[in-house]
Design a protein around this ligand. Structure first.
Ligand SMILES: NC(=O)C1=CN([C@@H]2O[C@H](COP(=O)(O)OP(=O)(O)OC[C@H]3O[C@@H](n4cnc5c(N)ncnc54)[C@H](O)[C@@H]3O)[C@@H](O)[C@H]2O)C=CC1
Ligand SMILES: O=C(O)[C@@H]1CCC=N1
Length: 273
């Protein structure tokens, strides 16, 4: 993986998380090029991460084995159409854009091997998880290259049908924001219960970290872990009953359905054409 040369097209939040993770994993900074219109962002990337930056998307791709598209879905079409003439047959294209499907990317790029993936921002700490889907033309070696890049910043799962990336987006792509929201809400509730803000923040954040580590490391499922916190007629029981009575599970289901629908909607609004 560290032998690969990667060009990032767009170097915003998600690209920076991936670049930071790849560097931490030992990829030489000289192997990473990023194209980014914001001068402030380019300066920051060169100064803090030591990677090459460009203003011209085509120039960034010149020596790349892998071209990683990390611009917003809304500008993907114009970026791909402009980039297409600069791409070479051997280059693998990976897109991390929500909702833009392989058929659209291939149509715009005139380039067959495309892997779509849905990473998440904990990639910055090598704690990401990505869903991956490969178009039919992607070779086994290219599949391995794509997985190696995403595995360098966490772990990855392949999905057998492209539309399942809508579900991956709803669960893990957008997922960090849901946990941040819960930490925000718990902190605010703690303050209303009388804690000072710093104490409430520390309690909520560290509880999230401890619970997540238990969920990942324990040999029992999360329902069992929850039961172990929940004494009959105790405090947790009171809170869980309140959550359930307020429709917590259907609320989560509706939220994830909204995210998946938005992912599918982006494909309809912005795809093809
Ligand atoms: N932020 C997240 O948690 C995740 C984002 N994604 C996907 O990653 C992509 C990027 O999202 P973010 O990093 O959040 O957005 P962002 O806005 O932080 O980054 C996009 C970058 O593209 C640059 N850009 C704009 N026009 C450009 C052009 N013509 N050529 C090259 N670069 C250009 C912008 O200056 C910006 O730095 C989106 O498609 C999103 O769906 C996927 C998974 C998670
Ligand atoms: O909110 C979004 O559209 C992107 C995709 C998944 C996370 N952020």
């Amino acid at each position: 993986m560290n032998n690969l040369h990667i060009a990032f097209i767009g170097a915003g939040n998600m690209a920076a998380s991936l670049i930071g993770g790849l560097l931490a994993k030992g990829m030489p900074a000289t192997h990473i090029h990023a194209s980014e219109p914001s001068a402030e962002r380019r300066d920051q990337l060169e100064r803090d991460l030591g990677i090459h930056t460009h203003t011209d998307n085509a120039a960034a791709c010149a020596d790349a084995d892998v071209v990683l598209l990390a611009v917003k879905p809304q500008i993907m079409r114009e970026v791909c159409l402009a980039l297409a003439p600069a791409l070479k047959p051997g280059q693998l294209v990976i897109s991390i854009a929500a909702g833009i499907n392989c058929a659209s990317l291939q149509q715009w790029l005139g380039h067959l091997p495309v892997v779509r993936c849905m990473p998440n921002t904990p990639a910055l700490l090598q704690q990401g998880i990505s869903g991956l889907y490969a178009a039919a033309q992607v070779s086994e070696i290219q599949r391995q290259q794509a997985a190696a890049i995403l595995d360098a910043v966490g772990s990855s799962v392949w999905v057998p049908q492209e539309q399942l990336l809508d579900a991956v987006t709803a669960v893990s792509g957008s997922g960090p924001a849901y946990f941040f929201l819960l930490i925000e809400a718990m902190t605010e509730a703690g303050v209303r219960l009388g804690l000072d803000a710093d104490t409430a923040t520390e309690l909520a954040r560290q509880t999230a970290l401890g619970a997540a580590q238990m969920a990942c490391q324990s040999d029992v499922d999360v329902a069992t872990l929850r039961a172990r916190v929940t004494s009959p007629q105790g405090t947790t029981d009171a809170a869980i009953r309140s959550f359930e009575a307020d429709g917590f599970r259907p609320m989560v289901e509706r939220a994830l359905q909204a995210a998946a629908d938005r992912s599918a909607g982006l494909a309809r609004e912005l795809g093809g054409g």
